[in-house]
Ligand binder design. Sequence first.
Ligand SMILES: [Ca+2]
Length: 412
Amino acid sequence: MFKLGLTIGFAIAVACSDGSQPKVEGANPDAVNGSDTLSPVETQKPNSTYKPAFKGQTRIGRVITKTPYEGVVITSDLKNPWGIAVMPDGRFLITQKGGTMRIVTTEGKAGNPITGIPEVNSRGQGGLLGITLDPSFAKNRMVYWVFSENAGNGTQTSVAKGKLANDEQKIENATVIYRATPSHNSNLHYGGRILFDKSGNLVVSTGERSDLETRPQAQWLNSGLGKIVRITTNGQPASGNPFAGKKDARPEIYSYGHRNVQGLAWNPVTGDLWENEFGPRGGDEVNRIVPGKNYGWPTITYGIEYSGEKVGEAKTQQAGLEQPVYYWDPVVSPSGMTFYTGNNMPEWKNNLFIGALSGNHIVRLVIKDNKVVGEERILDKEGQRFRDVTVGKDGALYAVTDAGRMYRIRKK
Ligand SMILES: [Ca+2]
């Protein structure tokens, strides 16, 4: 014990004495990548006795990255960062939960808090959330973001846009373009990710606001709760949406039956939208989104209530409701995610990386034919709640944590 303590102390002293940031070792040269003979990364008992719908839907065999890589803390100066957008020049525009944005360089130099953003309610899980840049950002400097907005006696998930001023100190002409009504008196389950699709429309995730009272609305086509919506840059329903023209259905809805979607990404191989969402106690999910489909919450789930009670009728499958591609029990609390499309780590090409909050790691999922064929935990020794992860212009992965760190992860 004494020797181990000394070793750790020495390592920290070295890292600090020259001013460099702590480094994280990766890679195991003895491991075989893609092997299905390794045991799953999860070794804890599941909360439920539910069985998966198909082999490999949970606790797939572990994979281990062979290429040596390292995760370096490039800054610890952020305050509750939530979403990362990559700027055309390679810098990052990052939201901070409290209601400001920061620009961070790939070397970790963080700019002043950017103001001019409409007031957010940052209690609980609320605040300034996901962010994306206009495909023509280099010309128009337009930014789009999701936030929890005060409304009535409660709050709601809303979407706004504005122009990043030339001095990069403020957002100009901020306008709220969409509100996922109804509002509700809770500060939980806002969803909050936002992406552009290929047609130039926005895809936005919401949540069902957590309470038993609002939970059923995830199944209602006349409610904005528990949905993925697809809207124009003016907040109108995008053309081609699955429920357009249908009576008693909101035309902005893209998919429904979601609990709390904090991860969205386009699969670079198939072009499909993928998402992740929180389950209750067990039942975190990764889904492949097909427009118009029902993803089941709260009718079916692989989780149980926090109290230990069953959810509804304790069903995990039902005709007409989509099965998750993958689920976790116990939970990892999945947040921002990205498919790896960089050239820095060829071994990771097209793998899905997901920030895990309670899991304190970054999930790496190897995917083949829309199924998960391997799982790994990246930076699991850091003790960080990973909130978002993205691929930089330089091909490295960049991730932010609730404690205010930003990591760069790349080949050693
Ligand atoms: Ca589901």
